[in-house]
Each structure stands twice: as structure tokens, then as C-alpha cells.
Design a protein around this ligand. Structure first.
Ligand code: ZN
Length: 339
């Protein structure tokens, strides 16, 4: 299965996502004072996990030539997101993924989770997407078949539906494999003109927005009292020591020191993604783990210099080390040694 990105998504890739920033703040105790931000983080993390589960199912049970787009934000008479859009030769499948735990009921148009009504009705949310997509394709010469799918992917999610839910397919996790096989069967039996990925991208292009326009800024207060220093790349503990070229944690993780330093610079870059990198800012962030001179050496070697000689700044990559490590030419690997 091929994962592709739209041109708008590629442009937004230069910035960390809200979840990426919140993950870094969590590591450094930045979410402890802000209950809303913590809940926001948990919701995003759970959603991302659920979506990844769906991708894993599609990879395992789907066809190798299928193409997927993830997290496409569109504005078509209102903003909405497609969690995952599957493009097969036979049609489009827009997946809305809900990763709930507990008992979800849809009875008399009331949607309840463990007995409490929930803010956004996932059924009506999922029903809108294929309707909107069909409208967007109206001006294209060919109109692919579009199926909306709502997946309750949570392992511990029990779903009771008494109402008729029209226009979409509703699935629980244990039905997903068979449904993916059914998509493959529908594709094999499809006799029409094959759906072209470029046509799909062209239809979405003019409505794409990259992210919700009302996405809340993360308050600066959450960044004020962050824990400084280098943490373990495996367990997150700050109780690490540098020895023989490695950063060693009591959990057994041995990370090459060069990598740990670059990783921490990247973490800083995600948290302060609106700024360039400076020796002063990073010296404060490393909190004595390495000297100012070493930081300066790393910035000169691995990051692109911008600005004047005096107030030297370096281009912030704004991404985690996993996303940019190909630029760093790291030779040694980290390893876990459990005593
Ligand atoms: Zn550790």
C-alpha cells in the first residue's frame, strides 16, 4: 500500500503537528498545570493510535497497489477532516476512525458513551464526509464511487446501534478484516473506468486547508517551566549519565552521545518551532549537560547558519530526529542492555 501526501500536506510537513509539540511538552512536565491541554493531548494521541491501527489493518489485509491519504483537512461549506481516504481502482473509501473505550450507544438519535451524551455525534460526522466528497467531484469528468466508513477501532469498545444509520458503513474492529477483503472483491469485480489518483488529488486541491483554521495555539505558559536537560530516548527518564561516548539510562538504554545531543536539539526545535536555534537558547535548555562550546560546534556542523555573524542563528528543522536523521549521517546505533 502506498501512502501519499497532497501538495498542501507537503507544505505543512515543515511544521510540527500539535500532537508532536504536546508530546515534547509532556516529556518535560509542561502539561501538568493545564488540565485542558493534557486532555487535548490524550485525545489526539488516542486518535492517532486508532488511525495507525487502521493503517496496519489495511497494510496487512489490503492490496499492495492501494493508495491512502491521511488526515486531509478540507473546507467545503464548513471545515472537516478525512481521517483516512483509501483510493482503489474501483472507488474511494473515506474512513472516520473512533478509538473509544467503553459502551457506545446510538438510540433515538441520542449518542451516549457509558451513559453520558457525547458532544460530537460520530455518526452524523461520518455521514457528512461522503456527501461533501460527492459534491466536490461534481465538476470532474468522472465521478468515482464514494463510500463513507465509520470504524470503532477501540479494542474495548462495545457499540450498540438501534437507529438506522444511512449512507455509511459502520464497523467495529472485529469486522474490519472482512470489510477490507470485501473492498478488494469489489475492486476485482469493478468494470468501470479505473479511479486515477491524480484525478482525486485534483478534485481535493481547491478545498484543502492543511489544518483547521481555528486550531488553538498552545499557550506560552505551558513552555515556561519545562524540565531542562537530556532525557532517555527510551523511557523518558532524566536520570541519565554520559559515559564512553554514550548517554546511559538506568533502564538499560545506551544512546550514542552525538545522537542524544542532536535528538535534544530537535526536541527543543519542536517546542520552540516558531524560533531559529541559538547557542544561548540551547545552552539554557541543555542545563549543563554539555558546554556552550559543544553546542556551538554541533550547530555549526549539523545545522544551517542564518543571519549575521554576531547574532548567529541556525535553521530550526522543526522535526524529530527520526524525521531528519538522514541529514545527520549517524553511524553508531543505540542499544538496550538490561543488567
Ligand atoms: Zn531509560
Amino acid at each position: 500500500m502506498e501512502k501519499i501526501e497532497t501538495a498542501v500536506q507537503k507544505a505543512f510537513d515543515k511544521y510540527p503537528t500539535r500532537l508532536e509539540v504536546l508530546r515534547e511538552l509532556l516529556k518535560r512536565e509542561g502539561l501538568e498545570q493545564d488540565k485542558n491541554l493534557r486532555e487535548d493531548y490524550l485525545r489526539l494521541e488516542k486518535g492517532a493510535e486508532g488511525e495507525q491501527d487502521l493503517v496496519n489493518y489495511l497494510e496487512k489485509y489490503g492490496e499492495a497497489h492501494w493508495v491512502i491519504l491521511r488526515n486531509v483537512w478540507l473546507d467545503f461549506y464548513g471545515e472537516f477532516e478525512i481521517d483516512l481516504l483509501l483510493i482503489t481502482r474501483g472507488g474511494l473509501y473515506s474512513f472516520e476512525v473512533k478509538n473509544y473505550s467503553g459502551n457506545l450507544e446510538l438510540i433515538d438519535s441520542q449518542c451516549r458513551m457509558n451513559g453520558h451524551s457525547i458532544g460530537q455525534n460520530p455518526f452524523s460526522q461520518a455521514q457528512k464526509v461522503p456527501v461533501q466528497l460527492k459534491e466536490m467531484f461534481k465538476h470532474q469528468s468522472r465521478h468515482p464511487e464514494i463510500q463513507g466508513v465509520l470504524v470503532f477501532i477501540g479494542e474495548n469498545n462495545h457499540v450498540t446501534i438501534q437507529d438506522q444509520v444511512s449512507g455509511i458503513q459502520v464497523l467495529c474492529r472485529n469486522e474490519l478484516m472482512h470489510y477490507i477483503w470485501q473492498i478488494a472483491r469489489q475492486e476485482r469485480n469493478y468494470l468501470g473506468y479505473p479511479v486515477e489518483v491524480d484525478t482525486v488529488l485534483a478534485a481535493l486541491r481547491s478545498y484543502e486547508i492543511g489544518k483547521p483554521s481555528k486550531e488553538k495555539e498552545i499557550p506560552q505558559t505551558a513552555k515556561e517551566y519545562l524540565r531542562k536537560g537530556v532525557c532517555c530516548c527510551y523511557c523518558g527518564s532524566f536520570d541519565v549519565k554520559a559515559k564512553n561516548g554514550y548517554v546511559i539510562c538506568s533502564c538499560g538504554m545506551h544512546e550514542p552521545k552525538t545522537e542524544a545531543i542532536l535528538r535534544t536539539i530537535c526536541e527543543y526545535g519542536i517546542i520552540y518551532h516558531e524560533k531559529n536555534l541559538t547557542t544561548t537558547g540551547l545552552t539554557d535548555f541543555f542545563d549543563g549537560f554539555i558546554t556552550r562550546k559543544t553546542i556551538s560546534r554541533y550547530l555549526n556542523k549539523y545545522f544551517e547558519r542564518v543571519g549575521s555573524y554576531k547574532g548567529a542563528e541556525y535553521l530550526n528543522k522543526k522535526k524529530s530526529i527520526a524525521d531528519v536523521c538522514q541529514n545527520f549521517d549517524l553511524k553508531e546505533s543505540k542499544y538496550l542492555k538490561i543488567r
